[in-house]
Design a protein around this ligand. Sequence first.
Ligand code: LLP
Length: 463
Amino acid sequence: MSRSAHPAGPRHADVLPEGHYSAPPADLNTLDPKVWAQTVDRGDDGVVRVGGVDVKALAEEFGTPAYFLDETDFRARARAWRTAFGQDADVFYAGKAFLSRAVVRWLHEEGLNLDVCSGGELATALSAGMPADRIAFHGNNKSTEEIHRAVEAGVGRIVLDSFQEIVRVAHIAQELGKRQRVQIRVTVGVEAHTHEFIATAHEDQKFGIPLAGGQAAEAVRRALKLDGLELIGIHSHIGSQIFDTSGFEVAAHRVVGLLKDIRDEHGVELPEIDLGGGLGIAYTSADDPREPHEIAKALTEIVTRECEGARLRTPRISVEPGRAIVGPTAFTLYEVGTIKPLDGLRTYVSVDGGMSDNIRTALYDAEYSVALVSRTSDAEPMLARVVGKHCESGDIVVKDAFLPADLAPGDLIAVPATGAYCRSMASNYNHVLRPPVVAVKDGEARVIVRRETEDDLLRLDVG
Ligand code: LLP
C-alpha cells in the first residue's frame, strides 16, 4: 500500500467515535518528554534516537519488536530516588517491574537496595552480585525452599505475609543457626485510587495481615516470641500507579498506630517502617506524576508527624519503587504490518508483537501513547488502535491514539513507558518469541536480555 493511496479512514476530530482519547495533538511529530525516556529525541533527519542511536539502526541490528532501555535515564532516576530519601532512608527497587543482571549491577552502583519476590528474582540478584543484606524478600506464598535459600544467603529482611510464614521462617532460621531480620506486612484498609487488580491495601485480598480485628497485633506478638526472628519493622504497600500521597498518609497513620500499640504492649519501638512502592508514571500526556524529592518530602513529613503525635522515635523509612524508576526508561519498538481502516470507527494498525510483550492494556485497560519514529509525517492525524499479532481480539497494545494517516507497512512505531511490567510479564502466547531488552547509552547499544529463539521454545518441549 503506497503512502499516498491509503484508503480513507476516520481522521478528523468531528467524526471520532467514543474512546479513551482527547483531541488529536497539534503536532504528531513532537515527542512529549513526559512519556519518553530522557535521551530520546528526533534527529534532523526525522528519525527518533535514544542515547544518540537512531531507531532504524537499532531495528536493523536487533530486530523488532524489542524493548530499548535508556541506561542514562535509569541511572538518573535511581539516583534521584536515592538522593531524595537521603542517608536516613532506604530505597529498595522492586525487581518485579523489570529485573536483569545488568539492572542489578546499575542498582548496586547507584546505592539502591533490591526487593525480590521469588526464588528466580533472588537468584538473579545474587548472581549479579547484589549483597544479600541489601535484598528484601517478599511474597504471599514463599515456598519452604525459597525461604531456606533466602535465609541461607543472608537476605537483609524477609517480609512476613501470613501467620504460617512467621513460624516457617523462624523454624528455618533456627535450623540454620541464624536470627532472620523480618518485617510484617500489614493491610491497612486503604482503598487506593487505581485499578482493582493492582490495589493491595483494602482488606479483601491476598496480601498482608489485616490491622483490623487485631490480627496484625497478634502477628507481632507471635513474631516477638520466636528466637529465630528479629522483628525490625512493619511493612505496608497500598497499590500501584498512584499519583497522590493521601493513601500513604492514611497508611502511615495506621502503621504508626500499630507501632505505638507495640510500644505500649511490649515496651519495644520497632526501628523501621516500609511504605512500599506504587508511585505512578506518565503513560500519556494526561498523567502528572510527582518527582521523587516531592514524594520523599511528603512521606518523611507524614511519618515524622505521626510519630511525634504518638511520642515515638521516628523509624527509618524505606520505600520500594519499581515502575517509577524503570517504567519511563524504555520504549517498545515495533514494525507496522497490516493496516485496516474501519469506516466510522478507527484504523487498526497491526504490529509484530502484542499482548505477549505488553499484557497491561488487556489486563488493566491501561493507556499508552504511540508515535511514528522512523520518519516524520505532515499527514493529518488518524485515530488508530495498535494491535498485536495474536489470535485474540483483546490483543490491543494502544487502545486509542493518533498516528499520521500516511502510516504504512514497514514504518517503525514506538510505545513509550514500557520499562515496567512489560518484559517482566511477557509470555509466549501463540509461541511468539519474547523480545530482547537492549540498553542504550552514549551512542552504544547492547543486549541485556536476548531475544528468545525457537530453540529456546523447543528446548522446554521435551515430549
Ligand atoms: N512493593 C511491593 C510489596 C509490591 O507488591 C509492589 C508491586 C511494589 C513494591 C512496586 O510497585 P510499583 O512501584 O512498581 O508500582 N503488574 C502491575 C503492577 C503490580 C504491582 C505489584 N506489586 C502493573 O503492570 O501495573
